[in-house]
Design a protein. Structure first.
Length: 85
């Protein structure tokens, strides 16, 4: 679970293609971008920046996801289903 996958970045385009197995429409790209920047998404993905701008996302390791989920559930006390899994 090291950083040997450093070239496997995820963009809104590639996210939609991975999930739906087709090229993303403009609306799907927008919705994927919004999801990837959401608080819940930060449990699973970290932002990759270039010149201070987010250009893609990278999946976190299992250990990092566990720690991020724990922190998310402590700071978001409403009924987030992720906290019960």
């Amino acid at each position: 679970e090291g950083d040997d996958n450093s070239n496997h970045s995820l963009t809104p385009d590639s996210f939609v293609e991975l999930v739906h197995a087709h090229a993303a429409t403009a609306m799907e790209k927008y919705l994927a971008w919004k999801y990837l920047q959401s608080d819940m998404s930060h449990i699973f993905f970290k932002e990759i920046k270039s010149h201070g701008r987010i250009v893609s996302f990278k999946a976190k390791t299992r250990k990092a996801v566990s720690a991020a989920k724990e922190m998310f559930c402590r700071t978001h006390e409403d009924d987030n289903e992720i906290c019960f899994v």
